[in-house]
Ligand binder design. Structure first.
Ligand SMILES: Nc1ncnc2c1ncn2[C@@H]1O[C@H](COP(=O)(O)OP(=O)(O)OP(=O)(O)O)[C@@H](O)[C@H]1O
Length: 294
């Protein structure tokens, strides 16, 4: 059983505080960290992988204190947001180079790299130069890189940025597979990235954790709060003033709205209003709206 414990973490850039009293317990499996751009996700990830010093508070991984940098680094793999690798090398060469830096012997390197290439579905591309790869292939190579030392904890920051829907799905499935016997900590601003794969989620908003529980619980909170309606396009601007719109589709002169319910809003009385089953995106937006954000 893997375990990360974060207690009363405060982080600063100079005098500017960006993380406030973070408390989290994370155990084996996929854990999602959801938050808008600038919420502090990258700062938290970089702190966990010891690229930023811990200013205040305590972090332990499997009981090891974060200040024991060498031990912590030996159990962590990291795929940063801005990941780039030796473009002129092939996929295999790049991994082999990194494995040499990690002081793996020749035989271990060969077996492990081939197994990893297989796992991330890049075996047939192993002789393709990194710079010639698609975004999705590069991200998968990034995961192979992060898994080289067989880490117990894998940290991935905004892994699906810039990927097309098919690559995104493939990448999600890969992470789910990997998380079977590890902690996979995935940070994203896209709720869909963790909807099908993570069991637990923490939501970071302006440097504070505003929710930390199961995805099921987050969905339950939004139950009975999400609605849809069709109105003539001419009534759209009135509707927009009354409720927070989640999505909008125009079809000829009709507007299909999905929105967060508000008992006081007149539109709730509309005969065509239907209660919808919340998606994670809905539930996330609902939570943000409750916290006064927008
Ligand atoms: N090196 C830095 N110096 C000063 N402020 C910083 C630095 N890096 C980030 N910040 C600020 O800290 C806050 C949190 O940034 P962070 O990158 O952790 O957020 P994020 O949730 O990861 O967003 P994004 O996905 O856009 O990177 C932001 O207000 C950002 O402007």
């Amino acid at each position: 059983m893997m375990q990360i414990d974060i207690n009363h973490l405060n982080q600063y850039y100079g005098k500017k505080q960006v993380l406030y009293d973070i408390n989290l317990s994370i155990s084996t499996g996929m854990f999602g960290l959801l938050g808008r751009n600038g919420a502090g996700k990258t700062t938290l990830m970089k702190t966990l992988v010891t690229l930023l010093p811990t200013n205040e508070g305590e972090i332990r991984m499997n009981g090891i204190d974060i200040h024991d940098q060498k031990k912590i680094r030996s159990i962590i793999g990291f795929l940063p947001q801005e990941f780039s690798m030796y473009g002129n090398m092939t996929a295999y060469q790049a991994l082999d180079y990194l494995a040499v830096l990690s002081e793996l012997d020749k035989r271990t390197r060969r077996t492990r790299i081939n197994a990893l290439l297989d796992q991330v579905n890049l075996t047939i591309h192993k002789n393709v130069k990194v710079k010639a790869m698609s975004g999705g292939m590069k991200r998968r190579l990034g995961i192979a890189q992060a898994l080289l030392n067989d880490p117990k904890i894998l940290v991935v920051d905004e892994p699906t940025a810039g990927l097309d829907p098919e690559e995104r799905l493939r990448f999600r499935n890969l992470l789910a597979e990997v998380s079977e016997n590890k902690i996979v900590l995935l940070s994203t601003h896209i709720a869909g990235d963790i909807e099908a794969t993570a069991e637990n989620v923490a939501i970071l908003e302006q440097g504070r954790i505003i929710f930390s529980d199961s995805i099921e619980q987050l969905l339950l909170n939004a139950q009975g709060k999400i609605f849809s309606v069709q109105v003539p396009r001419t009534e759209l601007s009135t509707a927009k003033k009354q409720v927070q719109i989640i999505s909008l589709q125009q079809e000829g002169s009709t507007s299909h709205l999905r929105f967060i319910g508000n008992p006081q809003a007149q539109i709730m009385q509309h005969p065509l209003v239907i209660e919808e089953r919340p998606t994670l995106e809905d539930a996330y937006l609902y939570l943000l709206s409750m916290k006064g954000g927008d």
